[in-house]
Design a protein around this ligand. Sequence first.
Ligand code: IMP
Length: 422
Amino acid sequence: MSVRVVVGAQWGDEAKGKIVDLFAQQSQYVVRYAGGSNAGHTVCTNGKTYKFHLIPSGILHPDTLAVIGDGVVMDLRSFQTETEVLRQQGVSLQNLRIGLGVHLTMPYHRQLDELAEAKIEGRIGTTKRGIGPTYADKADRIGLRVADLLDRQRFETRLRRVLERRNPVLQRVYEAPAIDADALTEEFALYAEQIRPYATDVPHLLMSSLERGEPILLEGAQGTLLDLDYGTYPYVTSSHPVSAGACLGTGIAPNRITEIWGVAKAYTTRVGEGPFPTELNDETGDRIRNRGREYGTTTGRARRVGWLDLVALRYSARLNGFTALAITLLDVLSGFPTLKVCTAYRYCGETTVRFVSDGYALDECEPLYTELPGWQEEITDCRQLEALPVNAQAYLRFIEQYVGVPIRLISVGPNREQTIWV
Ligand code: IMP
């Protein structure tokens, strides 16, 4: 029996979609545990590219159940668009399950997110998908869940109560029109019928599956450094991408987890505002961005790019309890004479190897680098560790030794087969 968690080890966009897809074939269930349609996972297989925002990429495997766990928040309008595109690509949704406790990202959440980003100082650079306001309502106990949606009367009553609190904010703070409860109730009554066949008690489903000893894969979204508590607050998302979030978001107990895979790029990227000590605002950064096609799946924004930050990666490894590392996009680093990796920070006049997670304090940290020799060869056709240039092997060994976690997978291209298992 295995319960594997796949966690983003940096600021998101670590190519988790590919790693999840590789493990999905050995799993009975692939369960998404956090975030919402702010995520974007790309899977390239058999000459086709699939883009996922909400639906677990496990849906591509006919024998795997793709489950949206209760820690996820779901925008039903964007769910319609996503399912439509997948259907057109010939993907069946028959194996989809959606938790009854999943919170709904409502149109007013999206609106509030957009308005706050546009009008309030100190923007976070969110994806404007309504994620923060949805989780805020969840904590405020006025969120609407899938279970509410399935009972029209209950949904309407609760929606009216929420709007009594949210409409004055829209009108008075942002001078925006109030939301019409009747129109929203009608629209969501249609979604209710589309969702009903998939709605499931997820903790119960997974507990029964654990009793049968079936393999489960828990799929994270975003990355550790965007965690609400342990990321670079306030420049974070509103959920828990870390491995502990996998338990909260699915109902699986911590002692049932058997493997925790951290997925990290061979360099670092970040989207949105916030500190990024190793950021490169120069030609080297542009070159990595272009080679790595570093533009957001969800928003199309150009990602900020920088050298690998090992101080941050080791923090991430300890926080999550990684049992294995997957290093992705190694191929992007071909062609540089030397590569830098950040091995310490200069902070308040001292040198430290401790990660500073406070968003404002991290902004004060200056990265201290170790330089490693690069390699010139293209490596996208390598399928074994020994086939990689010796300097690429040394780069990986350096990461492994600094972080203290074995690298068990290396990705050298977007396709399934462009993978080295170690
Ligand atoms: P939110 O999750 O839309 O509220 O955005 C909060 C922060 O998380 C912003 O900096 C976003 O750019 C970042 N973020 C959210 N989702 C992703 C993702 O999937 N990849 C990378 N960054 C993300």
